[in-house]
Design a protein around this ligand. Structure first.
Ligand SMILES: [Fe+2]
Length: 154
């Protein structure tokens, strides 16, 4: 697939500096491109539903990874406002995608372009403005010699 036909392309500026987060973001980008390639406005609702369910489930797994890192590095304790904003963005995303899934389950169509642009815009914005802040925080903690678990033992 050429870059031009992709819904979203990995860009260097997406790197958070945390390998596991970046790897999972690459998977999400791949899934979005896959959705964009496989779906069109005449695709069966079941195809939309299957793709939305897959995204929801991988996004849930990815959010758990970030939540675990936030807990390990005491993000909420050190950066309360950023941590709570981060959690509410994940929650809002899940709620929105679940609402899409409910629409599909009710037999109503969703427009592919609307779905794909919501997902790609949300992901790019969230990575650039929210996950990168978390990545920078984790990087600064690691540079200061903090490793997971060491915050509670001292
Ligand atoms: Fe996140």
């Amino acid at each position: 697939m050429s870059q031009e036909s992709q819904a979203i392309t990995w860009r260097a500026e997406f790197a958070t500096g945390v390998a596991i987060i970046d790897d999972q973001h690459r998977v999400l980008i791949h899934m979005l491109n896959d959705a964009s390639t496989k779906l069109n406005d005449r695709s069966p609702i079941a195809d939309f539903s299957k793709i939305v369910q897959g995204l929801l489930s991988y996004a849930g797994y990815h959010f758990q990874t970030e939540d675990r890192l936030m807990a390990e590095y005491d993000y909420a304790g050190q950066c309360a406002a950023a941590a709570s904003m981060h959690a509410s963005q994940h929650k809002a995303f899940a709620e929105k995608v679940i609402a899409v899934q409910e629409t599909l389950k009710a037999g109503q169509r969703v427009q592919k372009a609307v779905l794909v642009s919501f997902l790609t815009e949300w992901l790019a914005d969230h990575i650039l403005n929210t996950d990168k802040a978390l990545g920078a925080y984790i990087g600064s903690q690691q540079a200061g010699g903090v490793s997971p678990g060491s915050t509670s033992s001292s």
